[in-house]
Design a protein around this ligand. Structure first.
Ligand code: ATP
Ligand code: MG
Length: 432
């Protein structure tokens, strides 16, 4: 992709409405634009990141045995009347009336819709367990939308729903998702600490929130220092790891009670966290009132045991920036970067520079490496600043002096390390 033809509306000034660094950087780097309070458009650079986060989540959910579906964003109120949540959910629910005066709503979550699909499709315990998920826009009319995509009103969520015959099965499904979450966040280079949590409006008996530590996090969190000693990025995500992590103390402030906290003061840490995901076991809370039953081995009809599992995909785009940035801009981990490499052509119009850049462009495209080329007629300083701001993991600088000597400069955005190497060596590095 050539920057001269790309749609990358950068902002020079820090927008005054943006209070936290991820929001500021997403606006400055031309990733998002606000449409109305808590509702955003995703521009090309931001949309690429959103899609990459989404794809990692999708691959890990598929690997965990879940099946992707897509449920409607607009739901009938009747289903929520059946579950008993229609009145309870309150003002966060966007209620709509269609032309026939039928009450509808824009889904803040999908337990009712998925339970309805299940009850109309599955009859026997032999068809269990079932785990369905979707990646879908939700709407919650948050009282205080803020921090850009971190607390939006419209936001993209991955939500799974599991169905099991009994408690033991439901616990296996829960642990399976717990493990999938450790794998998912690890692929984004994130340490997300699983914490005991209350289950809020979803309701239920067991729940963990996955919290990424960051100074701007909205939750106050408390955790055993053992979490700092545990290497999430190197961990093998197996049953033993799940047991180990579940056994350690970590809680958000609603659950934390210093008097009964089992961790001695010298091993207790506190900080701020960003909730990037949450998993719930809630048993028969929806299956019972909605009549989602299966015939058990003895022929008796039993309501299924359910769990649900959310990941905030659009929030993750912001959370990643909160973790990975410096004074100059974003430092994307490779797995979620919008492009892997940025090539700066210091002298567009210089025949040798243009030829080398075009050659690299073609070869990298054939190798499937995503590249953004700064071929604009701008000062070198402006080009370096743009590359640092948008945070691609690698930068290759092509200038007349280097081209004469047969070298380009390669810079690692995260470490700042620079080295000169031949174009062939650069291709080798980028396609390895
Ligand atoms: P919060 O406590 O932050 O309001 P929640 O507990 O109500 O979130 P869940 O129902 O657990 O949210 O939703 C699953 C995930 O969706 C959350 O872990 C979070 O990452 C994301 N999420 C929830 N609300 C929002 C929002 N308003 N904007 C962006 N992402 C959100
Ligand atoms: Mg939650």
């Amino acid at each position: 992709m050539r920057l001269s033809r790309y749609f990358l509306p950068l902002l020079k000034e820090v927008p005054s409405e943006a209070q936290i660094v991820s929001h500021q950087l997403m606006l400055r780097a031309g990733m998002i634009r606000q449409s109305s309070a808590g509702i955003y458009s995703w521009l090309p650079l931001g949309f690429r990141v959103l899609r990459r986060v989404e794809q990692i989540v999708r691959e890990e959910m598929n690997a965990a045995g879940a099946h992707e579906i897509l449920m409607p964003a607009i739901q009938p109120a009747e289903l929520w009347q059946e579950s008993g949540r229609y009145e309870d959910y309150g003002k966060e629910m966007l209620r709509i009336t269609d032309r026939h005066e039928r009450p509808m709503l824009y889904g803040p979550t999908h337990e009712e819709v998925v339970t309805d699909i299940f009850r109309r499709s599955v009859r026997s315990y032999r068809d269990l367990p079932v785990n369905l998920y979707q990646i879908q826009w939700k709407f919650r009319d948050e009282i205080r939308p803020r921090f850009g995509v971190m607390r939006g009103r419209e936001f993209l969520m991955k939500d799974n729903y599991s169905f099991d015959l009994d408690l033991a099965g439901a616990m296996r499904s829960y642990d399976n998702m717990f493990m999938a979450y450790v794998r998912t966040f690890r692929r984004m280079d994130l340490t997300a600490i699983p914490m005991r949590a209350s289950s809020g409006a979803i309701g239920g008996d067991m729940s963990h929130e996955f919290q990424v530590l960051a100074a701007t996090g909205e939750s106050q969190v408390y955790y055993d220092v053992a979490f700092e000693e545990f290497d999430f990025l190197a961990a093998v995500a197996d049953e033993a790891t799940v047991e180990h992590l579940k056994g350690l103390y970590a809680a958000t402030d609603e659950e934390h009670d210093s008097a009964s906290c089992p961790v001695p003061a010298e091993r207790l840490r506190s900080g701020r966290g960003i909730e990037v995901g949450q998993i719930f076991y809630f048993g028969t809370k929806y299956s019972k009132p909605m009549g989602a039953t299966v015939a058990g081995p003895d022929g008796q009809e039993v309501p299924v045991e359910m769990g649900c599992y959310g990941i905030g995909i659009s929030r993750l785009a912001g959370a990643l920036i909160e973790v990975f940035h410096d004074d100059a801009g974003i430092r994307w981990p490779e797995s979620v970067a919008p492009f892997r490499l940025g090539i700066i052509n210091l002298r567009p119009g210089d025949a040798a520079c243009d030829a080398l850049v075009a050659d690299l462009e073609g070869k990298l495209a054939r190798a499937g490496v995503e590249v953004l080329i700064d071929d604009r007629d701008e000062s070198p300083g402006a080009k370096f600043a743009t590359m640092d701001l948008i945070g691609l993991p690698w930068q290759a600088i092509v200038g007349p002096r280097g081209v004469k000597q047969g070298v380009v400069e390669l810079k690692n955005r995260a470490s700042g390390e620079r080295q000169e190497l031949s174009p062939e060596a650069l291709l080798g590095r980028m396609t390895a």
